[in-house]
Design a protein. Structure first.
Length: 235
């Protein structure tokens, strides 16, 4: 069952409210990320919740264990359903976050989809994206992350590498055929993602910047349904 998360990568509360109204009854999950949250904070979260939506608070937490644990606790108070953190923060950081109870779902970031092969050589001259993703995804699973955030292009690799683990996947970098890639490098179409059985796909500009966001969302949902009729949920 592949679900769509709308990335509200905007700075205007008015525009957020317009999008929520336009997409009401079509999409349930919404990503409130760094731009919108730093601009409007709790109000941006509350707007989604008032519409009956679910919030993915995408702040990519990455700090010392105690600080991240406190941030997860505060995210729970906000009423969000999931929060992201960087798995590169290490096992102790992840463990501290996972031990917070009650808490939102923890979705662990492996390697950002804006990064290419040359970018990761900053960690090591021999560093490769696939090996980094595999190591971080395993760290996340062992440490208590509820889902892995990675490029859709790496989902097949992870399913093959860890067939015995019931990993859940959240993938940005989803672009309809012919859409601008913007700052994404490792991408996939909505239909391809649905065919792979990805749990959540994060889609922003192809919907939020469309002349008719509701129609754009419905077109993407239709593409996913045609690709994987048994794996789609309109939420």
């Amino acid at each position: 069952m592949t679900q769509v998360i709308i990335a509200l990568d905007i700075d205007s509360i008015k525009r957020q409210e317009e999008l929520l109204k336009a997409l009401h009854g079509t999409i349930v999950w919404y990503k409130v990320g760094l731009q919108l949250f730093t601009a409007h904070g709790k109000r941006a979260v509350d707007n989604v919740l008032r519409q009956g939506g679910k919030v993915f608070l995408d702040l990519k937490l990455h700090d010392i264990p105690q600080t991240v644990a406190h941030a997860v606790r505060e995210a729970q108070k906000l009423g969000v359903d999931a929060v992201s953190l960087h798995l590169m923060g290490g096992a102790d950081m992840l463990r501290a976050a996972a031990e917070v109870m009650p808490r939102p779902k923890l979705w662990g970031v492996t390697v950002l989809t804006s990064l290419g092969p040359k970018d990761v050589t900053i960690f090591s001259a021999s560093a490769k994206i696939p090996s980094l993703v595999k190591s971080l995804a395993k760290l996340g699973w062992v440490g208590g992350a509820d889902a892995t955030i990675c490029s859709p292009q790496e989902v097949g690799l992870l399913k093959k590498t860890f067939p015995h683990l019931d990993m859940k996947f959240v993938t940005p970098g989803i672009r309809p055929a012919g859409a601008a890639l913007n700052d994404q490098r490792r991408v996939m179409t909505p239909g391809e993602a649905a065919r792979l059985g990805i749990d959540f796909v994060v889609i922003g500009r192809p919907i939020t910047h469309a002349a008719d966001p509701r129609k754009a969302a419905l077109d993407i949902l239709a593409e996913m349904k045609a690709a994987a009729p048994q794996s789609l949920d309109k939420g």
